[in-house]
Design a protein around this ligand. Structure first.
Ligand code: FES
Length: 168
C-alpha cells in the first residue's frame, strides 16, 4: 500500500515536472519568437562610396538589409522588407525591378509600387555621407508611397520577370 502510494506520488511529481518543463519551453519559444530580429531597431550602417553604386541596377547591402541604387544622380537606400507581409524582396536583374516571391508584389528600381497585394511602395532609409561613404540609418524609415501612386521614374520592365508565372 505504502509502496503504491509512493509510486503514485512519484508519478504525480514526474508529471508536474514534465508539464513545468513543457511550459517553460513554450514560454521561451514564444518570448524568443516575439523578440525583434537582431538589428531591426536599427542605426547607422557604413556601406560604400557613392561611385560604387550602380545607376542601372542595385547593390545589395546585407548589413543594412537593403539595396543602394542611384537614380538621376540621387542615391536611394531601399529596405528589402516587403510592405505586404515582410518577405525579403529580391532584385530581378532581367526585368530590372523588385519582385516579391511570396505573393507577387512588384516594385520599380526606386521601390515604387507597381502591382500586387502590397499596400505601398518599399520603404527607404534616410542616409548621410560620412567620410565619403553612404551611411543609411536603418532606424529612420521613409515609408513608401501608397499603392496606386504614379511612378516617378520612367523605367518599364526591360525583360522577363523572375517570378514564377505558374505560382499562384
Ligand atoms: S510579402 Fe511580398 S507580396 Fe506578400
Amino acid at each position: 500500500m505504502s509502496e503504491d502510494l509512493d509510486r503514485r506520488h512519484f508519478l504525480a511529481r514526474l508529471w508536474t515536472w514534465g508539464l513545468g518543463v513543457m511550459a517553460g519551453a513554450a514560454a521561451w519559444t514564444s518570448w524568443d519568437f516575439l523578440q525583434p530580429v537582431a538589428g531591426q531597431s536599427g542605426g547607422p550602417v557604413a556601406t560604400v562610396s557613392p561611385d560604387k553604386i550602380p545607376t542601372d541596377s542595385v547593390l545589395e547591402i546585407p548589413a543594412m538589409r537593403g539595396y543602394l541604387t542611384e537614380i538621376e544622380g540621387a542615391t536611394e537606400a531601399i529596405w528589402w522588407k516587403c510592405p505586404h507581409l515582410g518577405c525579403k524582396v529580391p532584385w530581378c536583374e532581367t526585368s530590372g525591378q523588385f519582385e516579391c516571391p511570396c505573393h507577387g508584389s512588384v516594385y520599380n528600381r526606386k521601390g515604387e509600387y507597381r502591382r500586387g497585394p502590397a499596400p505601398r511602395g518599399m520603404d527607404r532609409f534616410e542616409f548621410t555621407i560620412i567620410n565619403g561613404v553612404v551611411v543609411p540609418d536603418t532606424s529612420k524609415i521613409i515609408r513608401g508611397a501608397p499603392a496606386g501612386s504614379p511612378e516617378t521614374i520612367n523605367e518599364p520592365p526591360k525583360g522577363p520577370e523572375c517570378l514564377d508565372p505558374t505560382a499562384g
